[in-house]
Write a protein that binds this ligand. Structure first.
Ligand code: IMP
Length: 435
């Protein structure tokens, strides 16, 4: 419901038992889903969080951009900790993040930064580096749309097609990348082809037509949980463009990203944090920064919430809850229930603020402004709540929460117009309120 890192991993892990399969439909190894089971922390990037249940299928759909090295690392990591990964299935039509995509991502970010510094050094609201994860996500999706040289998982199993596609892709990139440091290996057709063939052999046992698989499951009355990556406000169409990722992170991405018609989607659980965070550049109206009181509150939330990226380790930008944004996300996704996470982090503040409107172009509005230039000119208008001092991490029902925390939740429900079905008060599976 926000800019990613809302705690989707934990919520997926929590509701996975009610499903037969968990499927990812967008993004790639840019995502970072943390799940804590019996005190043990698992960080997943590509593999659906449902993998932690041995009986579930964990499906990587065609809409994902797949980095085979990262996938293998994740599989090895899980196996070494005794997790059964035999339920993992990969779409034959998922696009592959190739070594040159990561080189392109880094080169593009570096040149955007250089360009910005040569202009005025200021972070521009429209053109500056995006602050990507440098995992090759944008270039891999761009290649998919450009078509000719794009490599899909099925191509990894077909040496002739593979060699041809890699030659085409490298031929079109050589001129722009050749002067970049450390990229020579990514432009070596033979070397990249060998790497890709090896990746294909590792993947072969997992590769299937996941579109038929998923539709057959749905037709047979099985329950599938579609796990989104990143966040609605990073959606390439509906997010704070151009500071977004390369995929459709909202529910609308399920159709193209899996081949399952969106009208088959029933419940939509919108995962949201009790405050806001963002990694990378782009507008964030409620951000708490600076040397004054706001910056101190931001630092405190960052430390208490361990707000450092699962994928890149970067400190996350922190701000008060922006309900204008969440309400917009609920509209885009058709959210039927909210899962509110990190409520425990807000304990101990005298006042807790919630943005309910923006002031923009001299007027007040309750509309989100999904364009970076407009949103960066918006000023948040807050409703203030008295904070709650009690530690809430041991609460297991709403009734056990302090009245002020309950009032905060009720205000979210009323403003967004969607019930809060789940409240998370700590990282462990057990630290959850569902009643
Ligand atoms: P990219 O997805 O690596 O291209 O990065 C684009 C923007 O999305 C950057 O601001 C990233 O920090 C952000 N981003 C991508 N994936 C995630 C995520 O899973 N959580 C939070 N931010 C993300």
């Amino acid at each position: 419901m926000q800019w990613g890192d809302e705690g989707k991993g934990k919520i997926v892990d929590l509701i996975a038992p009610q499903h037969d399969a968990v499927a990812r439909y967008n993004g790639g190894a840019n995502a970072g889903h943390s799940v804590v089971v019996k005190g043990e922390r698992f960080s997943l990037h590509l593999i659906p969080s449902g993998i932690l249940y041995p009986s579930k299928l964990a499906i990587i759909g065609n809409g994902v951009v797949l980095d085979p090295d990262k996938l293998q690392q994740e599989i090895d990591g899980l196996r070494s900790r005794g997790v059964d990964t035999s339920g993992l299935i990969v779409s034959s039509r998922a696009h592959v993040v190739m070594p040159y995509h990561k080189a392109e991502d880094a080169a593009r970010e570096d040149s955007l930064k250089k360009e910005r510094l040569s202009r005025d050094g200021e972070q521009s609201s429209v053109v500056s580096e995006i602050g990507t994860t440098r995992r090759g996500i944008g270039p891999a999706y761009a290649e998919k749309v450009q078509r000719s040289g794009a490599v899909r998982v099925c191509d990894l199993l077909d040496p002739e097609t593979l060699r041809e596609k890699i030659s085409i892709a490298i031929a079109t990139k050589r001129a722009s990348l050749v002067d970049q440091p450390g990229v020579a290996a990514t432009l070596d057709v033979a070397g990249v082809t060998d790497w890709a063939l090896h990746a294909g052999e590792n993947l072969r046992p997992m590769v299937q037509d996941t579109t038929y698989l998923l539709n057959n499951l749905v037709r047979a009355g099985k329950k599938v949980l579609f796990e989104s990556a990143n966040g609605t406000l990073l959606d390439v169409d509906h997010g704070t463009y151009p500071f977004v990722t390369g995929s459709s992170c909202s529910v609308g991405g399920i159709g193209p990203g899996t081949g399952v018609p969106v009208q088959r989607v029933g419940r939509v659980t919108g995962v949201m944090k009790a405050y806001s965070t963002r990694v990378g550049a782009g507008p964030m109206p409620t951000e708490l920064t600076g040397d004054g009181e706001d910056g101190k509150i931001g630092d405190r939330i960052r430390t208490r919430g361990r707000e450092f990226g699962t994928t890149t380790g970067r400190p996350r930008r922190v701000g008060w809850l922006d309900l204008v944004a969440v309400k917009y996300s609920a509209m885009i996704n058709g959210t039927t229930g909210l899962a509110l996470t990190m409520l425990d982090v807000l304990a101990g503040f005298d006042t807790v603020r919630v943005c309910t409107k923006y002031e923009f172009a001299g007027k007040q509005t309750d509309r989100f402004l999904p364009d970076s230039a407009s949103l960066s000119a918006a000023r948040p208008i807050y409703t203030d709540f008295p904070g709650f001092s009690e530690d809430v991490s041991a609460a297991r029902s709403r009734g056990e929460l302090p009245p002020r925390a309950r009032a905060y939740i009720e205000f979210i429900e009323q403003t967004v117009g969607v019930p809060v079905d789940i409240v998370s008060v700590g990282p462990d599976r057990a630290q959850t309120i569902t009643s």
